[in-house]
Design a protein around this ligand. Structure first.
Ligand code: SAM
Ligand code: SF4
Length: 340
């Protein structure tokens, strides 16, 4: 159970008693990759520039969440957040915020890593604490097939640069898809052990723009853990609200995470909320309804008015998604438009 801290407005509680502590902010719907499980090769419609929140608008909303509504960590995502010019400036603005009891806001980033070798140091010095890099294959030909870009080495260099600059932890997100990259699970485990990075294996979710996801393509987290445990023995690590179930190598060589969003949803423990690059507030990755914050923000709403809207939206948060059930409704936005 989360300890509820006192803020002027918050905390953000829903009818099931869950408290939101983590805010995911998408800062762009654009990307320099075209991962097959996320974006189509061509034809993606992007939001016009003026529809994206500016850094100043993002910071105003983040300040409200952090100072008034109990949010303790912010993760920047997209699309690919590093394609937004001067990202370090936003990191600087956000990392200057602190919670009412004086703790600095924890700012992290999810990136495809393609430009991290160039930017890791500046981002770190601008206040970035931690980074998750997405990487689904360690084989150049397959990396190209999945991302439709031939830049595996850039991503590997980016991961090394992130570790070298002191971002901590550096995690590597691997979406495992049946008959696509499941044969690399052990290679990834070995890579993570060698580099000192935590590999987080993510179950494939029905958020691909192509709409071709099937349950048969999901490799259950349990199967992933069993495959690794057979070669590198593991033990479970007790965990709280975070979605990854963590497993530690018995020989002390680090740990892995698995994110069983499909086979074992963690909705009952969910502590996160989201905002898209256009300022739509979502209480769930799979939410089919959203709250527009950009309109009121640009229309002169006060902080108290914005806070009331946000609190009402969180209060109505549903119990959870229903992937794999007959009544599951796919959200109209795909992963890159929401912010994963
Ligand atoms: N571009 C950045 C990146 O790839 O890390 C940030 C945005 S991306 C949408 C965030 C995360 O969502 C990545 O780890 C990506 O692998 C994951 N993702 C994208 N589509 C997915 C899907 N259909 N199922 C599961 N994870 C997905
Ligand atoms: Fe881009 Fe990330 Fe989607 Fe790949 S997963 S297309 S890198 S937003």
């Amino acid at each position: 159970m989360n300890e509820v801290s006192t803020t002027a407005q918050g905390p953000l509680v829903d009818t099931f008693g869950r408290v939101a502590r983590d805010l995911r902010i998408s800062i762009t719907d654009r990307c320099n990759f075209r991962c097959v499980y996320c974006m189509p090769e061509e034809g993606m419609q992007f939001a016009p520039r003026q529809e994206l929140l500016t850094f100043e608008e993002i910071t105003r909303v983040a300040r409200l969440f952090v100072e008034e509504l109990g949010i303790e960590s912010v993760r920047l995502t997209g699309g690919e957040p590093t394609v937004r010019r001067d990202l370090h400036r936003l990191v600087q603005m956000l990392s200057a915020l602190s919670t009412p009891d004086g703790r600095p806001l924890e700012v992290s980033l999810t990136t495809n890593g393609s430009s991290l070798a160039r930017h890791a140091e500046l981002l770190r010095h601008s206040g970035l604490r931690r980074v998750n890099v997405s990487l689904d294959s360690l084989r150049p030909d397959r990396f190209l097939e999945i991302t439709r870009r031939d830049v595996l080495q850039d991503v590997l260099d980016g991961i090394d640069a992130a570790v070298a600059t002191g971002l901590d932890p550096v995690k590597v997100n691997v979406v495992v898809v049946r008959d696509k990259n499941e044969d690399e699970i052990l290679d990834f485990a070995a890579y993570g052990r060698e580099r000192g990075v935590q590999i987080r294996f993510i179950e494939y979710m029905p958020l691909d723009a192509s709409g071709t996801w099937t349950l048969a393509q999901v490799v259950p987290a349990e199967e992933i853990v069993a495959a690794i445990d057979a070669v590198f023995p593991l033990e479970a690590v007790a965990h709280g609200a975070e979605p990854a179930s963590r497993w530690r190598y018995l020989d002390g060589q680090g740990e892995i995470g698995v994110i069983p969003s499909v086979t074992k949803p963690f909705c009952g423990d969910c502590d996160r909320v989201r905002m898209t690059a256009e300022g739509k507030f979502l209480t769930c990755l799979f939410a089919t309804e959203d709250l527009d914050l950009r309109g009121p923000l640009r229309g002169g709403a006060t902080d108290s008015e914005l806070a009331e809207l946000i609190k009402d939206a969180v209060y109505m948060k549903w119990s959870g998604h229903r992937i794999g059930r007959v009544d599951f409704v796919r959200p109209s936005r795909s992963m890159s438009q929401i912010g994963g």
